[in-house]
Ligand binder design. Sequence first.
Ligand SMILES: NC(=O)c1ccc[n+]([C@@H]2O[C@H](COP(=O)([O-])OP(=O)(O)OC[C@H]3O[C@@H](n4cnc5c(N)ncnc54)[C@H](O)[C@@H]3O)[C@@H](O)[C@H]2O)c1
Length: 403
Amino acid sequence: MIIKPKVRGFICTTTHPVGCEKNVLEQIEATRARGLNKSAGPKKVLVIGASSGYGLAARITAAFGYGADTLGVFFEKPGSEKKPGTAGWYNSAAFDRFAKAEGLYSKSINGDAFSHEAREKAIELIQQDLGQVDLVVYSLASPVRKLPDSGELKRSSLKPIGEPYRATAIDTNKDTIIEAEVEPATEQEIEDTKAVMGGEDWELWIDALDRAGVLAPGARSVAFSYIGTEITWPIYWHGALGKAKEDLDRAAGEIDARLKASGGGANVAVLKSVVTQASAAIPVMPLYIAMVYKVMKEQGLHEGTIDQLNRLFGEHLYSSQGRGGSLDTDEAGRLRLDDWELRDDVQQACKALWPKVTTENLFEITDYAGYKHEFLKLFGFERDDVDYDADVDPVAEFDVVNL
Ligand SMILES: NC(=O)c1ccc[n+]([C@@H]2O[C@H](COP(=O)([O-])OP(=O)(O)OC[C@H]3O[C@@H](n4cnc5c(N)ncnc54)[C@H](O)[C@@H]3O)[C@@H](O)[C@H]2O)c1
């Protein structure tokens, strides 16, 4: 099959297996080059949301930065002779192959991580293959959650609270500047967003793992959040998603207290904005990312997903200080990896750019070209080292349990 990109809205409906594999290899190489202290890191790791974005970067950092055995959970579609699979499927197939070539344990579960069934399967595999895990990374980004007991479907909303949000944004299909307007979320939509992206499911995971005795003494857990600044607050931190992330902070407190009993702990890690399938769906984020990438690249401060996760593990979770039990957190107990993005000079530069941007100067005064490139790269496209006219097999088998 010869596969070319087909972009629909904020998703690319085709993916390139070879490009995805090269993306994974690039992240593995970046992790190796970082020279993380292998004796200090996690040994057996469960990553929930392991197939793309920050969760994949966490899995790569654990495996290739520290030699950890990993079990990954994700929700992806395999490729068939007729149609390519999702990027996360190919990413995971590539990860599995590289990890095994390195002599590392790697197994995956493809299914709904919000279900009890996924938890039961993960526990069974940990008991059978790993005994216990010492790190649980929680990195789900989903627009829907089927509640595990009632089967009720909850949907998250990317909406402000209280009043409509009007802002300059990019129509990423037409590469034009538009005025976006998003109506505020209703109370019900806020509650539903909390149910999908809040901390309840993370707590259910830790509770199930703990009860089953598969958390090693001293086990840690980390979940990811975004806060941003006043530029994005109306749609994010002060919006429905922010309420869900506040709930994640609440859950971190509960889980931390539970894991502390055996010398471990839990934190929310606040990460910087990067191009992922999840962030592409949030109104105004593409424009903000195009601006902040421009500014941070110019200042030598740019980091991608793998850089952030290498830094989270190497300088926080498994630094000599972190292993001593004293993590450097903000007043709410969060690990802050958004420190460079939130620097005053970076944010001031973005604020100065914002009112100046037009369709005509979009590519010139922002890094929108970089944004578009990164977006297509997520799906395995626009890599110099891939021949996109060559025939490629869309079927990729690997060590995965399909639920
Ligand atoms: N992208 C950013 O700029 C950014 C910034 C800060 C924090 N974060 C946070 O990082 C976390 C991960 O987001 P991302 O941007 O890496 O997203 P992503 O879309 O790249 O990855 C989401 C992952 O969740 C998995 N997933 C989704 N629904 C699932 C389900 N029902 N069952 C099993 N797996 C499921 C996907 O398979 C994938 O592995 C989120 O909590 C997000 O808020 C993202």
